[in-house]
Design a protein around this ligand. Structure first.
Ligand code: EPU
Length: 435
């Protein structure tokens, strides 16, 4: 296995091109199941989660081909309708096959995901919404078996604006007979991107991006004649803006929708960074000391839970006491314990974390627990004195395309080496060597 080595203390300078959004790519790849034929997607990020999703489709009988400019997925035939435990346990987003398979195939079998590092994460709202459309479910042997003899439009009231729950129901409703209304729907940009993709297949959807989505079912969907471009990853871009904040210097993220980054931009300004917004780019610059911030995670358009850990790396070296409240997931502070090993002062009490800024962090060996926690540890390493080794980086490979290369491109001393490399001089060389 590999680890990431960071030699901290280098101010950053330059620009980073943003990749396609993981959390838009996964549902869109799965949504191709709704329309038999050949689909073409562009700006699909090169991530382990994306290749796992493509191989899940392969197991269902829908092969894909990665080309230079686009990825082709052939969904002409559905041979199997199962997402087995070994796939779902690695990637919870696999449960998104429920809606499309029930709508097109009338049957599916999906392993229940179980808990994960950031919380319990049930899928009761997904099932409730699909049941309202006429699906029936049985739970046995850790699997949910779903059946449907034609879905029928319905009014669905979600208990909370779940992102993948909204996506599952939205996809199923496109082929239901009649009109469906999803109340208290998630409003994330990734929902809007999925709805745009579904419209390109012929779906009739209104209200995406608001809390009420209306879907008029159509008898069939067909692949679009043009390739569909996945929207830019606002969380990846936000992570690199935070890199400039912790390391100092200036980073421009290009190919972004600045509007989608506003909650992060506002927090970085509160922290004392100067952030400039262009048409498709955002620049974060930090010369002076960072100031304490208050972060309260909320569903979109509030502050995203997927940026909480990265902002904690900023708060760790800010002047004064910052406060975080994680409202979405009950266990999303795993990075805090690791950051303590680097000299951060963080006190976690339930959903609230109090961070007392320190003058500097010190490099240490730390363990990544989930995707965003891993990013926070790399950022902490950029701000630390000495060498930081981030272990278990397979989490990062799930959601950040070429993180090491992109950070090196703006002058960070970051490298990737085998876990076996322990010699200090070799680690230093790996972090500093030209990529
Ligand atoms: N919830 C339920 N019942 C449900 C569904 C959700 O109780 O049926 C709860 C969850 O346990 C959680 C809250 O509702 O407490 C919100 O969870 P949500 O369903 O919105 O999360 P998700 O759809 O499983 C997506 C992203 C996550 C991101 C969250 C919140 C994808 C593939 N994943 O997860 O992304 O944190 O929305 O924005 O879109 C990441 O990229 O690192 C990541 C974890």
């Amino acid at each position: 296995m590999d680890k990431i080595v960071v030699a901290g203390g280098q101010p950053l300078s330059g620009s980073i091109a943003t990749s396609g959004a993981k959390n838009a790519a996964l549902p869109i790849v799965i949504a191709t199941l709704l329309a038999p034929g050949e689909h073409r997607l562009t700006n699909l990020p090169e991530l382990v989660d994306v290749s796992s999703t493509l191989s899940l489709l392969g197991r269902i009988g829908c092969p894909s081909l990665l080309g230079e400019s686009s990825t082709r997925i052939d969904t002409s035939r559905i041979a199997f309708s199962e997402a087995p435990y070994d796939v779902v346990r690695k990637m919870r987003a696999s449960v998104l096959v429920l809606g499309p398979l029930l709508a097109r195939h009338g049957e599916c079998k999906v392993s229940l995901p179980g808990g994960c590092a950031i919380g319990v994460r049930p899928i009761d709202q997904h099932l409730k919404g699909l049941e309202a459309l006429g699906a029936r479910f049985e739970l046995s042997g850790g699997y949910v078996h779903g059946y449907a003899d034609g879905l029928v439009g319905a009014e669905i009231q979600l208990d909370m604006p779940t992102v993948t729950g909204t996506e599952n129901i939205l996809m199923a409703a496109t082929l239901a007979e009649g009109t469906s209304v999803i109340h208290n729907a998630a409003r994330e940009p990734e929902i809007v991107d999925l709805a745009s993709f579904l419209r390109s297949l012929g779906a009739d959807i209104q209200g995406d991006g608001t809390a009420t989505i209306t879907v008029h079912g159509v008898p069939r969907l067909t692949p679009a004649s043009r390739p569909y471009r996945i929207l830019p990853d606002r969380i990846e871009a936000g992570t690199y803006l935070c890199a400039a904040a912790v390391a100092g210097g200036e980073v421009t993220v290009t190919d972004v929708n600045p509007q989608d980054l506003l909650p992060v931009v506002m927090k970085l300004r509160e922290a004392g960074c100067s952030v400039e917004i262009g048409d498709h780019e955002v620049t974060c610059r930090r010369d002076g000391p960072l100031q304490a911030i208050h972060v309260d995670t909320q569903p979109h358009p509030g502050f995203p839970t997927d940026m909480q850990a990265q902002l904690m790396a900023v708060a760790a070296i800010a002047r004064g006491t910052s406060q975080f409240r994680e409202n979405i997931f009950e266990n999303r502070y795993m990075h805090a314990a690791e950051m303590l090993r680097m000299g951060a002062r963080i006190d976690v009490q339930g959903r609230v974390a109090t961070v007392t800024g320190v003058e500097r962090l010190t490099g240490a060996q730390v363990m990544a627990s989930d995707l965003r926690a891993s990013a926070a540890l790399v950022l902490s390493g950029l701000a630390a004195e000495g060498i930081t080794e981030v272990l278990r980086i397979y989490h990062l490979d799930r959601g950040y395309e070429n993180l090491v290369g992109k950070l090196r491109g703006v002058g960070a001393h970051v490298g990737r080496v085998s876990d076996d490399v322990t010699d200090r001089a070799a680690l230093q060389r790996a972090a500093v060597a030209a990529g």
